[in-house]
Design a protein. Structure first.
Length: 141
């Protein structure tokens, strides 16, 4: 019986060794279940100049260095692939789930984004047409 368990230990060791040996230095990924830390956009210190997004009840602040939309009396920002909301200038940004962002804000055409979302880069055929239906159903824009 000892000889049989020795072979099982040897085979298990070889399998683990081979699987560890195939990972390169850049292949290590540790996920402890915590969400990635995403810093919020800078606090808006004064009320920005806004312009209406044509055909939409949403306003945008084109002079800002990051995405800022005004809708429903709140400021919305898609920053580093995460949505944030602020209640007024001077207020801190609060991270929100994409489902908490009004559809009107998510439907703003990417041409009105200061920093285009990753999913919209290279989608020239959709620029100016709002969110593609498949992505809107998934809540990705």
């Amino acid at each position: 019986m000892k000889r049989h368990s020795w072979w099982i230990s040897l085979i298990a060791g070889l399998i683990v060794g081979i699987s560890l040996g195939t990972a390169g230095a850049g292949d290590v990924n540790v996920n402890i279940g915590a969400p990635a830390v995403v810093l919020p956009p800078p606090v808006i210190t004064v009320q920005p100049q806004v312009m209406a997004v044509p055909g939409s009840p949403v306003y945008t602040a084109p002079q800002m260095d990051f995405n800022v939309f005004l809708f429903g009396g709140r400021y919305w920002s898609h920053h580093n692939e995460v949505w944030f909301v602020a209640t007024r200038p001077g207020a801190r940004w609060t991270r929100v789930a994409v489902t908490a962002v009004p559809r009107e804000v998510r439907a703003v055409p990417v041409t009105y984004y200061k920093v285009k979302p990753k999913h919209a880069k290279g989608m020239k055929e959709h620029e100016g047409k709002g969110c593609p239906p498949g992505l809107a159903k998934q809540g990705r824009c």
